[in-house]
Design a protein around this ligand. Structure first.
Ligand code: ATR
Length: 285
């Protein structure tokens, strides 16, 4: 490895389950670039000081994951519009000694849909989003940016209301009783809750009122085909799995740190899936 090759990392606590090193190391190898990408487990009491003095870390930049997306946000010298709207930073880069923060979740969500269901935002202009956490915030922002109206459903209505108020009239909050009626009108359905995740209950929703042209997507990617996506597929609806968002959100960081815009390929998908299967095996042992 060259002495001055750019070094990046994923920073979190804990961070050992992060897939980011697999993705970035694959790209470094594919494009034959000098550089490295590691995991950096950062103790909570050291987090703020670390980000404030990032320029002495030896890293050119990093991905920031749970629980530091808000800490990083507050320590950056400058943040992009998406990070500002979401109040969270997941990608940082040092430029001329200044720490610049961005949030690539919107980019990742849109990139995944654009490649998995091309033309999805032309089918119609109405979406259903389930959930009102951090992931929902990024998804809602992404859908609004493509001119869609969002119907929001969440177990805790108040939390949905807070999210909707942040974004204005393009987001409407509903009771679950309204779901069958609203389903008739939508072109895309997005699950941002943990329903359907391995070890969690499946989402119990009847998709039959949805138009046949609609797209269903899930941000959960373990399992890759959640019960919701299986249901949608059986109904003949277009489906996009959650792995695409994880892979696409990595693109801007890689380009910032290593100077080459990478591609999400079938090969990358299979490498990450293989790693997930390997983890599962180790978990069973
Ligand atoms: P993230 O940042 O990943 O979006 P989060 O902020 O914990 O995670 O949000 C999780 C979302 O899943 C929330 O919308 C949550 O609903 P509440 O706001 O009512 O907590 C939803 N969720 C998680 N488990 C749920 C369950 N068992 N039933 C219904 N909704 C659930």
């Amino acid at each position: 490895m060259m002495e001055n090759a750019p070094r990046a990392a994923v920073i979190g606590w804990p961070v050992k389950h992060s897939r980011s090193p697999i993705i970035h190391r694959h790209w470094l190898k594919t494009y034959d670039l000098a550089g490295s990408y590691d995991r950096l487990a950062l103790e909570p009491e050291k987090a703020e000081a670390f980000f404030r003095s990032f320029s002495s870390s030896g890293l050119v930049g990093a991905n920031v994951t749970i629980p530091y997306k808000e800490t990083a946000f507050s320590c950056c010298d400058e943040v992009d519009e998406t990070a500002r709207v979401l109040g969270a930073v997941n990608t940082i880069v040092l430029k001329d000694g200044r720490l610049l923060g961005s949030n690539t979740d919107e980019f990742g969500f849109l990139g995944s849909l654009d490649s998995g269901a091309p033309g999805w935002d032309e089918i119609g202009k109405t979406a259903i989003v389930l959930g009102a956490g951090g992931a929902a915030r990024a998804v809602v922002w992404a859908l609004l940016s493509r001119g869609l109206t969002v119907h929001l459903f969440n177990r805790t209505r108040k939390r949905a209301k807070v999210l909707a108020d942040r974004f204005g009239s393009g987001v409407q909050v509903h009771e679950f009783d309204d779901l069958p009626t609203i389903l008739k009108t939508v072109s895309i359905f997005v699950n941002t809750t943990s329903f359907g995740m391995e070890g969690q209950p499946a989402l119990d929703v009847d998709l039959s009122p949805m138009p046949g042209s609609a797209v269903v997507t899930d941000i959960v990617y373990v399992p890759l085909e959640t019960p919701l996506l299986a249901l949608a597929r059986h109904r003949g609806l277009q489906t996009v799995d959650g792995l695409g968002m994880l892979l696409h959100q990595a693109i801007p960081g890689f380009e910032l740190w290593f100077g080459h815009r990478p591609q999400v390929t079938a090969e990358l998908r299979s490498i990450v899936l293989e790693d997930m299967a390997w983890d599962e095996k180790l978990g069973e042992a």
